[in-house]
Design a protein around this ligand. Structure first.
Ligand code: EPS
Length: 387
């Protein structure tokens, strides 16, 4: 089974990742991972940090002559900004003379983190709770994504809304998405979305979103939004209904919910379906020569926690980033006074990046379900088993 861990502080020396369980013989390169890292760094509304960093990965182990060895893969992304933080984030020394941060930002992990770990300096929380960690998550998960692409499973995403800016015509948007997939696979959605600064497929919504971010920035505020991840090429029967922790929809929801600032997840038309009659919700089965076909996919490709052969559709709702240039009230944990919260350089909107992270985190979940069904130790063995 594929497992991965990340380590690293936002302003520390580097981000580190270890990926285990990738079968032997998978072709992988730093260039492939770097492309996804680049995609994560894009988007209108990002802050100053993205102008400092050009995230690139160093593969330290588990790959030889461009192919995985089946052994743990160690990855590193150096933080360029580290050179500006060597004293404040030093591993050694006493920290004497370094200013402590004592005002938590509402909505961030600052307050709960400082209480939980008994810190008197919130910097200790900020640096690990930062969404900078997602750079390494994207790197780790892109190896699972590469594995999936070799077995015909492709992942894409697009942004559905940013603040109030959205395409109100859901049917039109759905048609657009479907036609992109029919021409190729779900990756073609990502390619189309990557052409837009806000990763939106429809021009009017795109322009509205950019205008919304611009005016939000002027006000010192932030904006969230909703993104959709689509996975194509899925065989019937991944996941299981027989035990709660084997339900693939539950596992996918956990993965997407674990992304920083994501506060809602739906599979297919999850929330909209709750307002409809059953007859308007369930995807009918129609007989064809080979197998039952469905004219609709409101279930988002999963029934009973098991893939039904349709594309997996999973959406995430990202709340607006908690760091506000025009801050809310907070409490100084040292003086216990109500004060204005502090501002620390941040993004105004990171929904486009969040969509790329969403594409990434679903990859190991689906790869594991695939390996459970068709698994083996090497790519050769796996390709044979699928036939
Ligand atoms: C991020 C790096 C961070 C933030 C952002 C995501 O860098 P810095 O803290 O130096 O500005 O820009 O993190 C947050 C929005 C957050 O709230 O923590 C990145 O690499 O994506």
């Amino acid at each position: 089974m594929i497992r991965y861990f990340t380590a690293g502080e936002s302003h520390g020396q580097a981000l580190i990742g270890i990926v285990e369980g990738i079968p032997a013989g998978l072709s992988i390169s730093a260039e492939y991972i770097n492309h996804h890292l680049w995609r994560r760094q894009q988007g209108y509304g990002r802050g100053g940090r993205m102008r400092i960093e050009t995230d690139t990965v160093e593969i330290l182990s588990g790959v030889r002559f461009g192919k995985t060895l089946g052994s743990p893969i160690a990855l590193m992304i150096r933080n360029k900004d580290w050179q500006n933080w060597t004293e404040r984030m030093s591993v050694e020394g006493s920290g004497k003379g370094i200013e402590k941060i004592t005002v938590p930002r509402p909505g961030h992990a600052d307050y709960v983190g400082s209480v939980k770990y008994a810190f008197d300096d919130i910097r200790n929380v900020i640096d690990r709770a930062s969404a900078r960690e997602t750079a390494m998550r994207v790197a780790c998960c892109s190896i699972a994504r590469k594995f999936l692409s070799e077995v015909g499973i492709h992942i894409g995403s697009h942004v559905m809304s940013i603040g109030n800016a959205e395409n109100k015509d859901a049917v039109k948007l759905n048609k657009m998405v479907r036609s992109l997939i029919h021409h190729e696979n779900a990756w073609s959605i990502a390619i189309a979305a990557d052409r837009s600064e806000v990763r939106m497929l429809e021009k009017t919504a795109n322009a509205k979103a950019i205008a919304a971010i611009k005016s939000c920035k002027k006000k010192g505020d932030t904006l969230g939004g909703i993104f959709e991840v689509i996975v194509s090429g899925i065989p019937i029967g991944l996941g299981s209904y027989v035990q709660y922790d084997r339900k693939l929809d539950g596992q996918l929801a956990q993965a997407v919910m674990s992304i920083h600032a994501v506060k809602g997840v739906e599979i297919g038309d999850g929330f909209e379906n709750a307002r409809r009659f059953g007859s308007e919700v369930h995807d009918e089965l129609l007989a064809t020569n080979h197998r039952a076909l469905r004219p609709t996919n409101r279930a988002g490709g999963l029934e009973g926690g098991v893939t039904n052969g349709e594309n997996i559709v999973i959406r995430g709702a990202m709340k607006p980033i908690a760091t506000l240039a025009n801050p809310l009230r907070s409490v100084d944990i040292k003086s216990h006074e109500t004060v204005r919260s502090r501002y620390e350089r941040s993004d105004v909107c990171a929904v486009p990046a969040c969509a790329v992270i969403g594409e990434s985190v679903v990859a190991p979940v689906i790869a594991n379900a695939y390996l459970e069904k068709f698994g083996g130790d090497s790519m050769k063995e796996i390709q044979k088993r699928r036939k």
